[in-house]
Design a binder for this molecule. Structure first.
Ligand SMILES: C[S@@+](CC[C@H](N)C(=O)[O-])C[C@H]1O[C@@H](n2cnc3c(N)ncnc32)[C@H](O)[C@@H]1O
Length: 236
């Protein structure tokens, strides 16, 4: 494998990510998103469900995210608005974002998760959007856009387009924060949940194409060594 190539969990090799998209999107792009959607509709709306059975990661993840927000925003609850993208059952909103931002909006494609978030968080969330990121139309501007463990579900083109929309809908001095699994080299396609784990290099190329400046990048510490590395990107 080199820095451009990848494979899937069935042993198939792809010489570059375009070869993956050529093979996966040949019928239709909708099929790609529908397969990912079907996967998540089968996963229980719990912490364990959205964290792939590893609910103990929640505390370590949130601790580090709190440090990141402290570095960026210094003090919580200024009059700022955040969007939690691919929010699942609202884990990040509940444990982190509502403590930091006056207004929190959620986008999540799975209606079962949106309902679960609504049950738990009620009017602590301003807007609940049930939509795929690839077809989302912004209705507000944001001071922070949080994209965690969902970018891997978007095709390269859609991720670039979505990030461009994020930039257009970001207030001055706002930040886009993308937290995601990364490979050490090349990419890895998970045929079960229809996601693509990209390398740091691939993310940087996507950010460049989306016209974003990378302000900070740092690995999530203290995760078990046998898991993918998780990187935190701060963009403007
Ligand atoms: C691994 S979970 C992470 C949930 C949440 N970000 C967290 O960290 O707890 C992935 C979530 O992304 C959602 N998702 C997958 N593809 C999506 C898409 N195209 N648009 C919006 N949400 C999507 C899934 O339904 C699921 O809730």
């Amino acid at each position: 494998m080199n820095s451009e190539s990848g494979n899937d969990d069935k042993g198939n090799f792809f010489k570059n990510i375009q070869a993956l998209w050529d093979s996966q999107l040949k019928d239709s792009k909708e099929k790609w998103y529908s397969l990912g959607d079907q996967y998540w509709k089968k996963i229980e709306p719990t912490l364990k469900g959205v964290l792939g059975g590893l609910d103990f990661l929640n505390k370590i993840d949130i601790e580090e995210s709190n440090k990141l927000l402290t570095m960026l925003y210094k003090t919580p609850l200024q009059d700022l608005r955040v969007l939690d993208c691919g929010a699942g059952i609202g884990r990040v909103s509940k444990e982190l974002l509502i403590n930091w931002f006056k207004k929190v909006d959620i986008i999540e494609q799975n209606p079962i998760y949106v309902e679960k978030a609504r049950e738990e968080l009620g009017n602590k969330i301003n807007e609940y959007y049930c939509s795929g990121l690839q077809s989302f139309e912004f209705q507000h501007k944001y001071d922070c856009i949080w994209i965690q463990w969902v970018a891997s579900h978007l095709t390269d083109d859609d991720l670039i387009q979505f990030l461009k929309q994020c930039k257009l809908n970001l207030n001055e001095k706002g930040y886009i924060i993308l937290k995601e699994n990364i490979t050490k080299q090349g990419f890895s396609y998970d045929t079960e949940d229809h996601s693509v784990i990209r390398s740091d290099l691939m993310f940087k190329s996507i950010f460049y194409k989306a016209g974003l400046d990378l302000k900070f990048s740092g690995l999530q510490p203290n995760f078990p060594k046998d898991l993918y590395l998780v990187n935190q990107y701060v963009l403007q």
